[in-house]
Design a protein around this ligand. Structure first.
Ligand code: PLP
Length: 409
């Protein structure tokens, strides 16, 4: 006998990251941290091996009146000043579309709310074949089917596969809901070029002649893109969407503000018509009220305070870590290329992923652990979290990993 609803999947959650991170921790305790490479942790760590918590962010939070931290948000969709700042900061002036913002518990809340409200159970969501694992879980919880597009054609975004999947799904439903995680794709570090974005919009517009199209653009890592402000220029491509296309930009303060546990982010909704946005926000507001009710008031107030009162300090502090991330990733990639350790096209962001078939991956993952190197298995690859590896551990790592790979191939 079960007390759960019939339709729910009862398989226990197998979280690939937490389980391996626990093994790495155990190894560090047993053999000493200097003998272990823990490339599992997907948060930004400093060279001291500790989680980065930006001073500008936490000074702001700790200086708040207790009542600001204690109280409810002023609206289920988020505080008005937060929403304005979120739109301005998030898109950096690169949009002339009708818009609105709904505050969410992190980027997770934004993506999940979109997936919940745009599709009926039994319909199909379109995801990248290599992706953050939570998308699949969200689809499973909503009883959705999944179709995937191939991320890459050589070193470029696979527009052909993208289009083919659209055509396949359009035959069976009158709506396309697609997730693109760019810039700084988790787990490969890929970012679509402006030309690729223009093509994506062209393909969506073509399909939108017969079905409605929703693009969920997950930008969780955007504020660590190496081009910084230039990385937000691609939003301009969305200005060309047709009336039958909606874009939901899923923003996460977890990375932008190093505030993972404060659970704050936003769904930034864009469309040609304000009435399209208003209809979606009406439902998102009810969804918010019915699930998380309202978002952490202190986190929203902190975001507004940082951007109003110390934007230069915040930018400078963040830039220091963008530079550090770039140093780590370029060290690893340069050596990987030298020794012939194959990886997906990396441009920027927290992770580099080695490409291989799943059989090799499974054997390799075990062999790496036997050599005290902890990574995360993803579809057709091994994820190396350079975001949490000190530069000294990035040095020489690719050569070590290549040697181990040669033993399993
Ligand atoms: N999207 C991607 C690709 C992620 O990797 C993550 C976090 O790991 C998120 C969204 C959401 O993070 P959060 O809910 O903490 O904002």
């Amino acid at each position: 006998m079960s007390f759960l609803k019939e339709s729910v999947n009862r398989q226990p959650l197998a979280d690939a990251v937490f389980a391996i991170a626990a093994k790495a921790k155990e190894d560090k305790e047993l053999n000493g941290p200097e003998h272990v490479v823990d490339a599992t942790i997907g948060s930004l760590y400093g060279e001291d091996g500790k989680l980065v918590a930006l001073d500008t962010v936490y000074d702001s939070l700790k200086n708040m009146d207790n009542r600001v931290l204690a109280k409810y948000a002023s609206s289920f969709t988020g505080n008005p000043d937060f929403k304005e700042h979120m739109y301005d900061w998030g898109l950096d002036g690169n949009s002339s579309l009708a818009h609105d913002v709904v505050a969410t518990p992190g980027g997770t809340g934004a993506v999940a709310m979109g997936i919940d409200e745009f599709l009926e159970a039994g319909e199909t969501i379109i995801l990248p074949n290599i992706a953050w694992g939570s998308y699949k879980l969200m689809a499973q919880m909503d009883n959705l089917n999944i179709e995937t597009y191939e991320m890459f054609d050589g070193d470029a975004f696979n527009l052909k596969s993208f289009k083919e999947v659209f055509e396949k799904v359009m035959v069976r439903q009158n709506k396309l809901v697609i997730v693109i995680n760019s810039p700084c794709h988790n787990p490969t570090g890929y970012s679509l070029t402006d030309e690729e974005w223009a093509k994506v919009v062209e393909i969506m517009n073509e399909c939108a002649k017969s079905v409605s199209v929703v693009l969920i653009n997950d930008v969780a890592y955007i504020d660590f893109a190496y081009g910084q402000k230039a990385a937000k220029k691609y939003f301009r491509a969305f200005d060309k969407i047709s009336d039958n296309v909606v874009v939901e930009v899923a923003y996460s303060l977890s990375k932008s503000m190093t505030s993972y546990g404060l659970r704050c982010g936003a769904a930034i909704l864009l469309a040609q018509q304000q009435k399209t946005i208003d209809e979606i926000v009406t439902v998102f507001a009810k969804d918010a009220r019915a699930t998380w009710s309202n978002i952490n008031n202190g986190a929203m107030a902190m975001f507004v305070d940082v951007l109003d009162n110390k934007p230069e300090e915040y930018n400078a502090e963040r830039q220091k870590y963008v530079d550090l991330l770039q140093k780590r990733s370029s060290t690893f990639i340069k050596e990987a290329d030298e020794v012939g350790l194959s990886h997906y096209p990396y441009k920027e962001g927290f992770f580099v992923t080695l490409n291989m078939d799943n059989k090799t991956r499974d054997a390799y993952h075990e062999a790496l652990m036997a050599n005290h190197i902890y990574t995360v298995k993803v579809n057709q690859g091994i994820r190396v979290a350079v975001c949490s590896l000190p530069v000294s551990q990035c040095q020489g790592l690719a050569a070590k990993m290549k040697k181990i790979l040669d033993t399993v191939q």
